[in-house]
Design a protein. Structure first.
Length: 183
C-alpha cells in the first residue's frame, strides 16, 4: 500500500524516510481516524488521505525529530478526519439561527430575513474571535460535535475545550449585546 504514495516523492532519501514513518505510524493514524470517525470505511479513507498528504509534504517533516514527526502525523490525521466529518454531514455554509439563538422564525418572509441577518452577524462574530475560541465554537455549534470529540479532533484536553467554549460563549454574548446597542 505505501508504494502508491511513493510516486509523489522525487527524492530517494525522502522515499526511505516516508517508508520508515509509514511503517512506524500507520496503526496510530488508523486508530486516530477510527476514534474520531467511528466508521471503518471513513477511517480507511482518512488514513489514506493522511498518508497522501504526508507524502506530498515530506520536505516539511523532520524525520530525525521523532516528537515533531509524530505530532505532525497526528495533526494531519485529525485534519483529514475533520474534512471527512464535514463532507459526510453535509454541513451547510450558513447555519440556522435556531442553533445559535432562540429567535423563533415565523412563516413571515420579513421575519425570516431578519433571522438570516442575525445569523450572519453571529457568524461574523465567531469568525472575528481568536482562533482557539473560533475553532471550539465552530466545531460545537456549526459541526454539532460534542466537547469530547472536539478535544480528540484538536488534540487538547477536554477541560481546555470546555473552557474555550465557555469563554467563547461569553465573548460571543458580549459582542452580540454590543452590536444590538449599536443598531
Amino acid at each position: 500500500m505505501p508504494f502508491m504514495f511513493l510516486a509523489v516523492i522525487d527524492d530517494t532519501a525522502k522515499e526511505e524516510d516516508f517508508l520508515s514513518i509509514y511503517h512506524k505510524y500507520k496503526k496510530m493514524v488508523f486508530k486516530i481516524a477510527d476514534s474520531i470517525l467511528e466508521n471503518p470505511s471513513d477511517s480507511e479513507e482518512a488514513a489514506q488521505e493522511t498518508w497522501f498528504a504526508i507524502s506530498e509534504n515530506m520536505s516539511s517533516i523532520e524525520v530525525d525529530n521523532e516528537e515533531r514527526t509524530e505530532r505532525y502525523i497526528r495533526k494531519a490525521a485529525e485534519s483529514q478526519c475533520f474534512i471527512i466529518l464535514r463532507k459526510n454531514k453535509k454541513i451547510p455554509k450558513t447555519v440556522e439561527m435556531s442553533v445559535l439563538c432562540s429567535i423563533p422564525s415565523d412563516e413571515n418572509i420579513e421575519t425570516d430575513l431578519e433571522v438570516e441577518e442575525e445569523v450572519g452577524k453571529v457568524i461574523k462574530c465567531i469568525t472575528s474571535m481568536p482562533k482557539a475560541y473560533r475553532d471550539a465554537l465552530t466545531l460545537f455549534y456549526l459541526d454539532k460535535l460534542s466537547p469530547t470529540k472536539i478535544a480528540k479532533l484538536l488534540g487538547e484536553p477536554i477541560s481546555t475545550v470546555k473552557s474555550r467554549l465557555r469563554r467563547g460563549n461569553k465573548i460571543l454574548e458580549k459582542t452580540i449585546k454590543e452590536m444590538k446597542l449599536d443598531d
